[in-house]
Structure formats: C-alpha cells, structure tokens
Design a protein. Structure first.
Length: 256
C-alpha cells in the first residue's frame, strides 16, 4: 500500500475530486483528515472511510480565512502528530460572464477561496513539513491554469496563479525534504462541471456536455477517481524526484 501509515490532510474533501482523493488515500493505507466548509459533507466522507475499515476525522473550515486554516492544520497535528501529505484542493468555479462585466464581489470570492485559500494552506502546512524534514503537497490547479477560459476570468487567473505558487514553493523547500506539485484536471464528472453546463446553457445543459466530450480525444469526461490516482502517485515515495510539476489530467484536450 503506497500510503501505509501516512497522515493525509485534504481540503475540499466533502465531494468531487477531494472526496475521491480522501477515499483513495485511505485505500492506500493513509489516515485522513477531511476538511470542508460543508461540515456534513466532510463527516460523510470520513464516515465512508471508517466504514471501510480506515481511520479518518473531519473538520469544518473556510479556507479563505487565516484563522480557519491555522485551526485545521493545528487540529491535524494534534490528532495525528504530523502531516505527511497535503492535498490543497478546495475551490469554486464562480460565475460565467464576460470579463468586462465581471463583478468585483465575484472576483474577490473566487480569488479568496481558490488562490488565497491555496496560499494559506501552503503558508501553514509548510512549516510543519519543514520541521519534519519531509512531506509532500499537491495543489489543485486546472487546465484553466494552462490556457484561457473565456467567461471564467477569476477562475482561470486563480488557477494560473496556483501553478506559480506550486513552482515557487517547490523551489524554496525541495532541499528541506518537501516536494510540491500540482494537478491540472480537465472537465471531470463532478458537481462543478455540471454547474458550468447549467450556466452555459440553462435550457439544455446536456448539449454542453456533448460538445465538451466531442472536443476531447478520449470522447468523455474524466472521473474523480482518475485524478485521485495521480494525486496519490505525486504524494507517495514512488514520485520522489517529481517536484514543481503541473500534471495535466485532461484526456488530451489541451494537446489539440
């Protein structure tokens, strides 16, 4: 088991990719702290792990609030004694609207959760791992961090910035035994992509799905579990010379 005995901390673990990663970490032997702003969702993920014979706890936090981030990091260390791997994942899609019409409130909300939340996670987890002289971090970026995403200015900006944070952190802490990488999922079969479909075409969201999958060389959306397996690889010792990388998981969409 790749993560046997490891301690894994996951934000946005209540649903979607975050939930899939929590479950995969547990299947691979890790003990998991599930963090989400939705307390019920976090508890449900943790309960699913325990029901399968694993060990997991949940914690409610708003990742855009420094005091909340400090609290979930401190709670994880208090509960498990250390943090071996951190999936810095929580994020939102925001709205779809032209940049010239994008409201400041929507911009602040998306940047606050996606970018500031990722920064704060790094800010408070890195000292723990530096003191341990070992640890792995995987940030969630997106294909929208590699290319533009018309109508999603704040989301795309936040994901481009997360790749910059990933590379900066990797350069700072590699010699201290800590690796930092990012995953860049394309459209994945989660609540988020279906929310976007509804915003793009409220009358017929399924038409958006058909168009999206038609443009993908693999002809389908990815599944959360497919992202989870890459996250586990980046988190475990099998990838011990991978640092500062941004891994595309998009079925080849950006290749064409």
């Amino acid at each position: 088991m790749k993560m046997e005995g490891k301690i894994a901390l996951v934000t946005g673990g209540g649903n979607g990719i975050g939930q899939a990663v929590c479950l995969e970490f547990a299947r691979q032997g890790a003990k998991v702290m599930v963090v989400d702003i939705d307390a019920a969702a976090a508890k449900k993920t943790a309960a699913a792990i325990r029901d399968s014979g694993g060990e997991a706890h949940s914690f409610q936090a708003d990742v855009s609030q420094s005091s909340h981030v400090q609290a979930y990091v401190e709670h994880t260390v208090k509960t498990f004694g250390r943090i071996d791997t951190f999936f810095n994942n929580a994020g939102i899609e925001g709205i779809i609207t032209p940049l010239a019409e994008y409201s400041e409130d929507n911009w602040d909300r998306v940047i606050g959760i996606n970018l500031k939340g990722s920064f704060l996670g790094l800010r408070y987890v890195l000292p723990v791992m530096i003191a341990q002289k070992k640890g792995t971090i995987v940030n969630t970026a997106s294909v929208a961090g590699m290319v533009g995403a018309p109508g999603m200015a704040a989301y795309s900006a936040s994901k481009h910035a997360i790749i910059g944070l990933t590379r900066t952190a990797a350069g700072e802490v590699g010699k201290q035994g800590v690796r930092v990488n990012a995953v860049c999922p394309g459209p994945i079969n989660t609540r988020m992509i279906h929310s976007l479909e509804g915003m793009i075409n409220p009358a017929e969201p399924s038409a958006v799905a058909r168009a999206n999958t038609a443009r993908n060389p693999m002809g389908r959306y990815g599944e959360p579990e497919e992202v989870a397996r890459i996250v586990v690889f980046l988190a475990c010792d099998e990838s011990d010379y991978v640092n500062g990388a941004a891994w595309l998981i998009d079925g080849g969409r950006t290749a064409i």
